[in-house]
Design a protein around this ligand. Structure first.
Ligand code: IVH
Length: 791
């Protein structure tokens, strides 16, 4: 056998295995291998194909990256027109539709003959994306087209080929030689959010909603752009075909699924209008929880013979109906913009709208996020705007209808003084720094500098302080906090512990029992864990996880309070920005006063669980790392490592004379000069000494290199839990992981070590596979826990 033959065989085996995994992942939603294994197969195939370019075929799973850009789309004629659907908005419209269907089929009516004959309907969600036609010839995807006007669409073959869950080749057997599959290409909510977040970061174009994002992505002349967008297909029917197909719509969709096409997981059969309505309501309740946007459900007469009998009227089938949900987007007028002050003083513009009904709820306010968003939208007071409300999410302004702008429209200006306390408003430029990369501006925010003297900030600070995950003071709702602040009874969180029976009793809505209950709850919160206390302080950018990390790693409030920013950056996920926020929070005189008052022996709290520095933290500090963090120009990580090995301590480097340095290996001339210049600057040397002194004071020694310390088995790892777990609740799983040293995060990123995916896992699983993060099922997870516990 020649090399090329063996390569050809291996390539064929790899392709078939990868396709099988794709099918299990995208169509059956049952991932069959960990992502790392999938990537290994994929990379092996890519490598073999680059060695043997003559063996590359258009169907190879590697060929989805998108080819050359087009100058224009070609036209495609739909031999079987792509129709639209009649709409129902009220339940009555559906009942009428069912009556027309029964009449059309000459079925006895229910009114005259008892129950009458019920028609069977196939029910599926109406996805909010873009209709596509996918033509398979001899099982190969040969053409993809948009719907266009229903008769002529655009040829988007190159683009549909990049959509990961569209099979380039049909699976199984029994498919007609010519098969035109129809379906919706859409973007999941998570994919849409991620795409917009990326666009905001890089200054690219954002999309108003997932549908626009899907349409905009699919109608790109450059298929490489399409390939980079998280698009998915859901197949819902067949256009042209030249062979035998199943006799019902439901069976037809099952056949498509067997041939490798993803179909809706919400597909159901219903008999008669009643069951259709039940389906409509059930999906309506699920609407917010679905991973993708839908705008209604579609009912289709299930029997294809009956569909033929009913036929079409104008451009709509008589056998199908879209039952729409209330719209989530409406237009209204922007009456004004008010500014709200948040917990950290951030001033947020809030749109006051002419009240409008959106999806059954009156909307009169919408968030505008920040002034960058106002600028991005280009919105002016008096404008006609598009508002969107989805589930519990705060209504948003999606865009402006500029053509309707009145002549007297006014620009939106940030106030110079805080609307609540009158303090100055400062502009802060937000900078995001990714290691080794250019800093990217994340825009700016405006802040009231009044801190707790600003009633708005004070109220928010207290609401946060007493919240469940912070000090957990039950019964201290927002309205009570407002009263306490308005009446001047509470001017800082510490004052809560000085409230008297009389003061509480006087508040609106309080009687004897409720007063005693509230005071008991306040007293009950006097022994918080260090982590809760840190979180409760409401340090900007310090969420629950960072608070836990600070508490676990540094072990005491005293250490956290005085930790230098550089020292804080040794904590995983704490960057220099957050480290500075933490440091300056504790440096602030007013915050120090509040903390002192909170720790008052008689009227304050006593922290629990203070202790030593954690071994993992101590272990993560090496001299090399320390030198690297000093950001000495021209000294990269390897240079820092070599310096550390040669000198063994900070002082030795500061004191090193030129000869020592120049004799050193593993550092180039430019770097050596830079090291000299850096430590030659007294301020740098002092700073380095201070950081080192603090690290030593905290109990860390350069000798305690990572390898020497037996940390916890999952130390330094980040895990994500998604879907339902059967053997234990997610909270228990989280605790177990944390006790083994892992961090449990809420979202998947490139830094995630592993995702545990139970049944029902959705967007996080998809994200994990997109990023090549390892995934395990519950069984493997339990095995892993056992293994760790044995260690
Ligand atoms: S069936 C003749 N099923 O809705 C039947 N359409 O208003 C043609 N759509 O252009 C369509 N989900 O883009 C059908 N499950 C579904 C659908 C669906 C979304 C879209 C499709 C079509 C439009 C019709």
């Amino acid at each position: 056998m020649t090399d090329a033959q063996t390569a050809a065989e291996r390539i064929a085996a790899l392709r078939s295995e990868i396709e099988q995994h794709n099918y299990r992942y995208y169509v059956l939603d049952e991932p069959s291998v960990p992502d790392a294994e999938y990537d290994r197969l994929f990379n092996e195939l890519k490598a073999l194909e680059s060695e043997h370019p003559e063996l590359v075929t258009p169907e190879s799973p590697t060929q989805r990256v998108g080819g050359e850009a087009l100058s224009a789309f070609g036209q495609v004629r739909h031999e079987v027109p792509m129709l639209s659907l009649g709409n129902a908005f009220e339940e009555q419209d559906l009942i009428e539709f069912d009556r027309r269907v029964r009449e059309g089929l000459d079925l006895p009516s229910g009114d005259l003959f008892g129950d009458g004959a019920q028609v069977e309907y196939s029910c599926e969600p109406k996805l909010d994306g873009l209709a596509v036609s996918l033509l398979y010839e001899n099982g190969h995807l040969v053409r993809g087209a948009t719907r266009g006007d229903g008769t002529t669409g655009e040829d988007i073959t190159a683009n549909v080929r990049t959509v990961r869950n569209i099979p380039l080749k049909l699976h199984g057997s029994g498919w007609p030689k010519v098969l035109e599959v129809r379906g919706e290409v859409y973007m999941s909510k998570a994919g849409f959010e991620a795409l917009n977040a990326k666009a905001l970061e890089t200054g690219g174009k954002t999309f108003a909603n997932p549908r626009n994002a899907a349409a905009g992505s699919l109608r790109q002349l450059d298929p490489r752009i399409t390939a980079s967008r998280p698009l998915e297909l859901c197949a819902y029917g067949v256009g042209r075909s030249d062979g035998e197909l199943p006799k019902t719509h439901f069976q037809l969709l099952q056949a498509l699924r067997e041939w490798g096409l993803p179909i809706s997981r919400e597909l159901k059969l219903a008999k008669g209008a009643e069951e259709c309505l039940a389906y409509y309501r059930a999906i309506g309740e699920k609407r917010d929880a679905l991973a993708y946007e839908i705008d209604g459900v579609v009912f289709k007469v299930n029997d294809i013979g009956q569909q033929r009998e009913l036929g079409f009227r104008a451009r709509e089938p008589r056998w199908a109906l879209a039952h729409k949900f209330p719209a989530r987007e409406e237009i209204t007028e922007l009456l004004g913009v008010e500014f709200q002050v948040g917990r950290t003083g951030a001033i947020t513009p809030v749109a006051r709208l002419k009240p409008v009904q959106v999806a059954g709820v009156t909307v009169s306010n919408a968030t505008l996020h920040n002034m960058d968003e106002v600028a991005r939208l280009g919105v002016m007071i008096g404008d006609t705007v598009i508002v969107r409300r989805a589930g519990d999410v705060i209504p948003q302004i999606l865009g402006v209808i500029v053509e309707r702008r009145p002549a007297d429209a006014k620009a939106v200006h940030v106030p110079e003084h805080c609307p609540v306390c009158g303090s100055a408003v400062e502009r802060t430029q937000l900078i995001k720094r990714s290691k080794g990369k250019e800093s990217v501006s994340e825009g700016s925010i405006y802040r009231c500098v009044g801190r707790l003297s600003c009633q708005a900030q004070l109220k928010q600070a207290i609401i946060h302080f007493v919240s469940r995950r912070a000090m957990d003071i039950d019964g201290l709702g927002d309205k009570i906090v407002e009263q306490l602040v308005d009446k001047g009874l509470v001017g800082s969180p510490a004052d809560l512990y000085r409230l008297t029976y009389e003061q509480v009793f006087e508040l609106e809505g309080f009687a004897d029992l409720s007063t005693r209950n509230l005071l008991t709850a306040i007293q009950g919160s006097r022994k918080p864990t260090l982590a809760r206390f840190i979180y409760a302080l409401g340090i900007p950018d310090v969420g629950e996880e960072t608070a836990k990390l600070l508490a676990r790693s540094l072990g005491s409030l005293a250490r956290i309070q005085k930790a230098l920013p550089e020292v804080l950056t040794y904590l995983p996920d704490v960057g220099l920005e957050v480290a500075h926020e933490i440091h300056s929070f504790f440096e602030d005189e007013h915050n120090q006063q509040v903390i002192r008052a909170l720790l008052d022996e008689e009227y304050g709290v006593a922290l629990q669980e203070e202790g030593d520095l954690s071994p993992e933290y101590a272990a993560c500090v090496t001299l090399a790392d320390f030198l690297d963090k000093l950001n000495i120009p021209y000294v990269a990580a390897t240079g820092a490592k070599n310096l550390a090995e040669r000198f063994g301590g900070v002082e030795q480097i500061i004191q090193a004379d030129w000869l020592d340095l120049s004799a050193m290996k593993g550092l180039n001339e430019k770097a050596k000069q830079s090291v000299r210049a850096f430590f030659g600057d007294g301020a740098n040397a002092e700073r380095a000494r201070a950081i080192e002194a603090q690290l030593r004071e905290f109990g860390m020694h350069w000798e305690s290199e990572k390898k020497a310390v037996e940390g916890l088995p999952l130390a330094g790892q980040t895990w994500v839990l998604t879907g339902t777990l059967e053997a234990m609740s997610r909270d228990v799983a989280k605790e177990k992981l944390e006790s083994l040293g892992a961090k449990v995060a809420g979202s998947v990123s490139a830094k995630t070590t592993c995702v545990v995916a139970g049944p029902g896992a959705g967007s996080k699983l998809a994200k994990a596979s997109e990023l090549g993060v390892k995934v395990m099922d519950e069984e493997a997870f339990l095995e892993k826990l056992k293994e760790c516990e044995r260690l």
